[in-house]
Design a protein around this ligand. Sequence first.
Ligand SMILES: Cc1ncc(COP(=O)(O)O)c(C=O)c1O
Length: 174
Amino acid sequence: MLSAAFNIVGFSWITSPAATELEVIVLDWFAKMLKLPSQFLSSAVGGGVIQGSASEAVLVVLLAARDRTLEMHGKKSLEKLVVYASDQTHSALQKACQIAGIFPENFRLVKADYSNSYAVAPEAVSEAISVDLSSGLIPFFICATVGTTSSSAVDPLHKLGKIAQVFEPVACDN
Ligand SMILES: Cc1ncc(COP(=O)(O)O)c(C=O)c1O
């Protein structure tokens, strides 16, 4: 009876405005703590939500990227979309790709640099993307991990981010 009376149902604003407003505020705190650019804040185009698990978060961000890319390239482009990650990446990404309808042959696990703490080499990712672009495929998602489950590897976020920036306009022209 107590939980029925006091429980909040925080899955949308209308079901619990207070919980949702608090979530927005707390996630803005996180964005500021992590020194993310201001577009990550709810006052701009950003703002976040708290997901129930890491797998759910990976799936949600993959679906968002997939739909954004399909909007640019047309809904029939699904079979051309390619995802990149290190071979140290958690299986949650593969699961998300299956749910999102990414073709299994377009899920690229790039071999990590085993001589450098098992982090993925940006050059290897960039090379895989170039090969796919020249085959007419559409690279749309790079997954980087800070602390892989199997080897605690920290992928080079900054360099992978730069690669994503460099290739994004090229991919959109396909
Ligand atoms: C790096 C990494 N990603 C994703 C997951 C999946 O997490 P969850 O069980 O919260 O979905 C884990 C779980 O250990 C993980 O270590």
